[in-house]
Each structure stands twice: as C-alpha cells, then as structure tokens.
Design a binder for this molecule. Structure first.
Ligand SMILES: Cc1cc2nc3c(=O)[nH]c(=O)nc-3n(C[C@H](O)[C@H](O)[C@H](O)COP(=O)(O)OP(=O)(O)OC[C@H]3O[C@@H](n4cnc5c(N)ncnc54)[C@H](O)[C@@H]3O)c2cc1C
Length: 386
C-alpha cells in the first residue's frame, strides 16, 4: 500500500499542470497516475494548441487572463519551452450580427482587463491576410496576445518541474476503482498497487465520466470526435498570420510548421469514443478553405497525416472544477469542451488553491464551475466555441 497527499488520475496537460501547481504551493507528496506507457496519448497530444481570451463568459475570460500570460512566461519560469506564439486570433465577421456579437464580447473582455483585443476593419483584415476572399467581410475582432502553444511540450514542462519538486508519476498504472470510507474518498485501486490518499483529483480528460462512476458520482462529460488536417508545405500565405476564424461557417486555420492546420467543427458529429479519421472530412474542409482563401485550392493534403481526437464536452461547454459535495476529497478537473490546453495553467492553479486553502483568486467566483451546478440547474452559457 502506497500513500500520497494527493492522487491525480490522468497525466495529460491538466493533470500535469495540477501536479506542478501543487508542488509550487509546497504540497509535494503528489502522485500522478497515467494508464498509458507514455503521456500525451489522450486529447493533449491531439490538440490544435490554440490559446485565446476572446470568450463570452467572465469565468472563461478570467481563466485565459491567468493562462495566457502564464504561457508567455512559461519557458523562463519552468525552464522548458511551451512554444507560445503570440500571433493572435482573428475572428472574421460576414454578418452585422457577428459584429454586434464581437463588440458585446469585447466590452466584457476589456472590462475584465484584456488589453490587446480590438475591433478591426475589413481593410485591416485584408492587410493582415491579403489572400482572404473579402467581398462579404464586414470587419472583425483581433487579439494580439491570443495565439498557439505546443501542448505536448507544455505538458512535459509541467510534469518535469513537478517531479523535480517532489511529485511522482506512475505510467502504465490504470485506476480501476476509487476507495471510499465514511462517505469520504480514501484513495484508489490501480493495476499496479493500491494508493491511500485523502484527496483524489479526476483529470482523466474524455474518460472522466468513467472515473467518476468508479466513485459513484455523476459527471456529465461526453467524448466528441474532432478532426484536424495538416497540409503539406505551402508558402502562398504567410506563416506569421494569426488563427483565422471564418464566422460564416466556423472554418478556421493557423500556420503549422511549413504548412497550415485546418479545422472545422462538423455539426453532424455525435458523441462516442471514435478515434478513426474519416477521409470524407477532407473534402468538407477543403471546400470551406478554398471558399475563404481561394489560393488554398492549391493545397496538398496527405490523408495519412490527418488525425482525430476527442473533445471532452460538458453540457454548458465550460470546465467542471471543484470538490464533489457528496464525496469530500474527490475533485473534478474536467469537461473543458475544447479549451483544456488554453485553460490548463488556470485549472492547475485553481485546483491547487482549492486543495491547499479552500479558495482561489484566479477567477472571481469559482463556484460557477462546480460539479453541483448541473443538479442545481445553474448552467453557464458560452457561445464562442470552435
Ligand atoms: C482535435 C483537437 C483539437 C483541440 N484543440 C484545442 C485548442 O486549440 N485549444 C485548447 O485549449 N484545447 C484544444 N483541444 C482540447 C484539449 O486538447 C483538451 O481539452 C485537453 O488536452 C484536455 O487535457 P486533459 O489532461 O484533461 O486530458 P487528456 O490529455 O486526455 O489526458 C487524460 C489522461 O487520463 C488518462 N486516463 C484516463 N483514464 C484513466 C484511468 N482510469 N487511469 C489512469 N489514467 C487514465 C488518459 O490515458 C490520458 O492520458 C483540442 C482537442 C482535440 C481533440
């Protein structure tokens, strides 16, 4: 029987960030359990790596206001690169309602302290990305401190520093059960050994609901397939451009290596553990790509390099963070709905704060993210989803 002060189930970017923030706070007897032989095989290794503060709800904006400066200072702070590139996110509006929506969001973002966000004119957009078809563009929104990170590298930086500072990671150790006593959590049973711990954190990404069911608590997180298409090298568009989001249909793309990474949220996708890449997706995306960027007609794509991963969807598309009222000592850090990389620093800090002191200053009101909100009918509403 092993003992730990805190057990974290899942060694992706969220579990790794929690381990880092706990050791930073002086809680060093931390054990991360990862069932795979290598970290990053869950959603973290499949992510597009986008980071942005251009959200709708105060809590998501505040999570980004902690996380993005954290990523900007990551290399210096952790001695390991996060690969942060502040190339910005450019939302391109083609309807008056898009512009109104962006303006409303910006008022809220600015009131919460986001400085780099601004409305941009059609002329500015064309200057930033001259290859865009612009006949229907009305304007847009740009935030210079938004951008991209390398999720795998950031995850590695978090766990390395956590381990240097006293944490332990067991790989190839699958959690099979959550041990309870007197209605409190007491540890976990794993394929390697049993671990006694007064605090257990669920950071199991798209598998979070299964882990919660081991503790017999309800966690409404569903896996949803998301596919990405990297192109072959392409130099007709600059590699310094921001993430560009066509608000007409949600198609978005960003530079990646010598080519581009193309994404689109297929509304016909249904929940499930689907890991296969559907080759028909390529046509759906390339049509939208060439429609907005005519020279993308010349893009070459190798289907073998495209991939699928899982978003971990919560009913209101916000993270679920906090201790379960019905099971003291059991914490959720789940349900990020496609924002888990960009919000991993804030999540790590919040969970560490809650465990060590019961409160946090990262967001104004952390209770809005609590796992109890679903039963209480207090759902949030985020519409800036990609
Ligand atoms: C295609 C795609 C694009 C994305 N783009 C972005 C983006 O641009 N920006 C962004 O912020 N986010 C993005 N995301 C979402 C982001 O990748 C996730 O929100 C994030 O990686 C979640 O991290 P995690 O550590 O919670 O989960 P994971 O990385 O999935 O880690 C969970 C870990 O738990 C382990 N595990 C599960 N069950 C057990 C068990 N019983 N015992 C032990 N270990 C277990 C798994 O093996 C896994 O390693 C994207 C996701 C996908 C799929």
């Amino acid at each position: 029987m092993h003992t730990a002060d805190v057990v974290i189930i899942g060694g992706g970017i969220v579990g790794s960030s929690i381990a880092y923030h706990l050791t930073e706070a002086g809680c060093r007897n931390v054990l991360v359990l990862e069932r795979e032989a290598h970290q990053g095989k869950g959603s973290t290794g499949k992510s597009m790596g986008g980071v942005r503060a251009q959200f709708t709800t105060p809590v998501n904006i505040q999570m980004s206001l902690y996380s993005i400066p954290f990523y900007a200072a990551f290399d210096e702070r952790l001695g390991h690169p996060a690969g942060y590139k502040s190339q910005g996110y450019l939302f391109v509006a083609t309807k008056p309602s898009h512009l109104e929506y962006l303006q409303t969001n910006q008022r809220r973002q600015k009131s919460l302290g986001l400085k780099d966000v601004r409305m941009v004119t059609k002329a500015e957009i064309v200057e930033m990305v001259p290859q865009l078809r612009s006949d229907d563009i009305l304007g847009g929104s740009f935030c210079a401190s938004d951008g991209f990170v390398d999720p795998y590298s950031a995850m590695t930086g978090f766990i390395k520093r956590a381990v240097d500072d006293g944490a332990t990671i067991w790989k190839s150790a699958e959690v099979k059960g959550v041990v309870k006593k007197s209605r409190c959590v007491r540890g976990v049973a794993t394929t390697r050994d049993e671990v006694h711990a007064p605090v257990v954190v669920n950071a199991a990404g798209p598998w979070a609901a299964e882990v919660a069911s081991m503790a017999r608590v309800e966690l409404p997180v569903k896996p949803l397939r998301r596919m990405l298409i990297p192109t072959e090298p392409f130099d007709e568009v600059s590699h310094e451009i921001p993430m560009v989001i066509d608000m007409t249909n949600g198609f978005h793309f960003r530079p990646e290596s010598r080519g581009f990474l193309l994404a689109w949220n297929d509304p016909e996708e249904t929940p499930g553990y689907k890991f296969d890449f559907d080759p028909e997706f390529i046509e759906k995306v390339l049509i939208r790509a060439a429609d907005r960027v005519p020279c993308f007609e010349n893009l070459a794509v190798n289907p073998k390099r495209a991939w699928a991963g899982l978003y971990e969807m919560s009913p209101d598309h916000h993270g679920i963070i906090g201790e379960f009222e019905e099971l003291p000592g059991f914490y959720a850090a789940n349900g990020f709905s496609g924002h888990g990389v960009m919000h991993a620093p804030a999540t790590g800090k919040i969970v560490a704060d809650l465990i060590t002191s019961g409160k946090t200053g990262v967001v104004e009101d952390v209770t809005v993210l609590s796992p109890t909100r679903f039963k209480a009918g207090k759902l949030l509403h985020e519409t800036a989803l990609l």
